[in-house]
Design a binder for this molecule. Structure first.
Ligand code: AMP
Length: 626
């Protein structure tokens, strides 16, 4: 089937199109109305329909595929692999749901999940979905402050945490981070459920608050918990993401629209049918982890591989060995991961039989051409760059080999996905730009099923963050883009102060706030600068309240790095802290971020006519050694 034809139908007759797509999932009660767009830009898909994500991901497959592998959780950190069939998944999810019920978690309650890529993280997510609780998974690499911010916003009834994660053989205890976050939070959860793998037995329990999963699991035995049927537009989960303020936004997803988008994208984008195998290397804490480690493949009746560990341990062939062993058809990873593998011998790929592997999808950050060329040449399979955001929940720009395998054009994530009405418009006039011209990538609402419904508890913020940038009511992606003559779109980077470190989205403001907390700091400016491996890394410039002596400088910089990693996590580690006497600002006091970034990347700093103090720029040049 031709992409253009189906895409056009999805745009011109969205209700008929999505009504048809909705048949791919199970509805306890069918939708009464396909789309309610009476309150733009808020939209409700499949109004009145009742369904459940867990039922669609688990129960529904028992009749036909109970003994098929549902989840394979591989850890090259603990050296444990768990192969879980749909029947076993049903059992584990029911037991977890029974434990949640014991802890008095019910429909609409929020549950924060702070776990690495281990099977129980998936059980916990599905168990929440089963009983109608709203999960909010927090990336295990985030530290206490980040966790506390998310707790305060979501106000969870329960926090589920692993005892520890592991990275490169090193145990990273989670409990101290949980305790610190609960101490910092205004509304700490009344209960904390610890899922222990025996990695960190040392941490004492907080009486009355902490519960042990294994103990409760033994008590509930083989319990079965009935599915809670939810109206299509009730919240299913929250996933926090960084923006321009220091406070992360709770991206809220619905139930029915998301289930339909997952079912459809597994078929049309990922070309992965029931019984076939998908391997996404993402962390469950990210959008890709939610959609293509958990909900997409399981709703699709596929086998999902979940991986905990480094891509180069025990050697740089581990992922390809897993592809061979499990007959992976569709693989999904990030450009950074491929850049890591590129440093190793290509023979780590060639020594494996990859005849089952059909595609490698890469997303989360720009895919540079040398990396794309290298991996395409090594695999001899299509490498499909696809663009999306936590907000969209599934690819917005991509090729759709499940419909039609169009030619890959390096540097471009392809075409709008089904249901996405996308334009590239002029930042000032809002008019669509000509092919080859740079503009802002926008989506004309109503957003398709699967995309965020709102910002948790904050409709105003949803409107202000995404829909207030142009005269016309348009969703701004906050990314620059160019569309070429043939309709391929190219992404040129963010229009706001968000940076992308190894596919992880960070707000420069969050890092600035962490550093500003240092008693000696007067002002901090954080920018993202190009990095060969990670795409971008944060670079910090600070001014001090009182000048530092030459001996103090190194220690102070180290303290600031420590502040960032201690409160936000290692992902946010600054590449360098430059202590300077002044920051380059305009006469109205606005920081010249783009000039700062250009200088750090050894580019032309651009228009400096508004610069207040030329000395400040000289300072920066000196600090950077340019
Ligand atoms: P996140 O919400 O963390 O997935 O980050 C979304 C942002 O990552 C987007 O707004 C883009 O700036 C960037 N991004 C994601 N995928 C791509 C891609 N394929 N090419 C270029 N940038 C991307």
């Amino acid at each position: 089937m031709q992409y253009e034809q189906i895409y056009r139908r999805s745009i011109e007759a969205p209700e008929a199109f999505w009504a048809e797509e909705a048949k791919a999932i199970h509805w306890h009660r069918p939708p009464q109305q396909i789309l309610d767009y009476s309150n733009p830009p808020f939209r409700r898909w499949f109004v009145g329909g009742e369904t459940n994500l867990c039922y669609n991901a688990v129960d529904r497959h028992l009749a036909e595929r109970a003994d098929q592998l549902a989840l394979v959780a591989i850890s090259t950190e603990t050296n444990i692999t768990r192969e879980i069939t749909y029947r076993e998944l049903y059992r584990e999810v029911n037991a977890f749901a029974a434990v949640l019920k014991r802890l008095e978690v019910g429909r609409g309650d929020r549950v924060v999940i702070y776990m690495p890529n281990m099977a129980e993280a998936v059980f916990a997510m599905l168990a929440c979905a089963r009983i109608g609780a709203v999960h909010s998974v927090v990336f295990g690499g985030f530290a206490a402050h980040n966790l506390a911010l998310r707790i305060d916003d979501a106000q969870p009834k329960l926090l589920i945490a692993a005892d520890a994660g592991m990275r490169g053989g090193k145990v990273i205890p989670y409990k101290p981070m949980v305790d610190a976050a609960c101490a910092e939070a205004q509304a700490p959860p009344p209960k904390v459920l610890i899922v222990s793998r025996g990695l960190d037995a040392a941490e004492p329990k907080v009486p009355g608050r902490d519960e042990d999963y294994a103990t409760l699991r033994a008590q509930v035995g083989e319990a079965e918990v009935p599915v809670e049927w939810l109206e299509s537009n009730e919240p299913s989960y929250l996933l926090y993401t960084s923006g321009t303020t220091g406070k992360p936004k709770g991206v809220q997803r619905d139930v029915g629209g998301y289930a339909v988008a997952m079912a459809q994208s597994m078929r049309t984008v990922f070309d992965c049918a029931p019984g076939q195998v998908m391997f996404s290397t993402s962390d469950v804490g990210w959008a890709v982890g939610h959609s293509y480690n958990v909900y997409g493949p399981l709703i699709g009746g596929c086998t999902s591989l979940l991986y905990e560990g480094l891509p180069i341990h025990p050697d740089a062939g581990i992922w390809w060995a897993l592809c061979e062993q499990y007959g992976v058809r569709t693989m999904f990873s990030s450009p950074t991961a491929i850049r890591v593998l590129k440093k190793h011998d290509v023979d780590f790929i060639h020594r494996h039989d990859l005849s089952e592997l059909k595609y490698l999808f890469l997303a989360g950050e720009p895919l540079d051409e040398p990396t794309a060329q290298w991996i395409s040449g090594a695999l001899h399979k299509p490498v499909i760059d696809n663009y999306w955001q936590t907000e969209t929940g599934w690819p917005a720009l991509t090729l759709l080999p499940g419909l039609e395998m169009k030619q890959v054009r390096f540097g471009s994530p392809g075409f709008p996905n089904l249901g996405y009405r996308m334009k590239v418009i002029d930042e000032q006039s809002g008019a669509e730009v000509a092919p080859g011209q740079k503009g802002v990538l926008v989506i004309q609402p109503p957003l398709p099923p699967g995309c965020m419904s709102t910002v948790w508890n904050d409709d105003e913020r949803f409107l202000k963050s995404y829909f207030s940038h142009f005269k016309e009511l348009l969703y701004s992606s906050l990314d620059w883009a160019i569309r070429d003559e043939d309709g391929y779109t190219f992404i040129l980077g963010r229009t706001d102060d968000v940076i992308n470190v190894a596919g992880h989205r960070l707000g420069t403001r969050e890092i600035e706030e962490a550093i500003s907390g240092h008693p000696r700091v007067a002002e901090a400016a954080v920018i993202g600068v190009h990095d060969e491996l990670k795409g971008q890394v944060p670079l910090v410039f600070v001014t001090l309240k009182q000048a530092a002596t030459a001996e103090e400088v190194e220690g102070l910089a180290a303290e600031m790095v420590q502040r960032v990693t201690g409160s936000l996590g290692a992902v946010a580690r600054p590449a360098h802290v430059h202590i300077v006497n002044a920051l380059p600002k305009t006469r109205s006091g606005k920081l010249l971020r783009r000039s700062l970034q250009a200088l750090a990347e050894r580019r032309d700093p651009g228009d400096l006519s508004t610069l207040d103090d030329p000395g400040a720029l000289e300072e920066i040049r000196r600090a950077l050694g340019t």
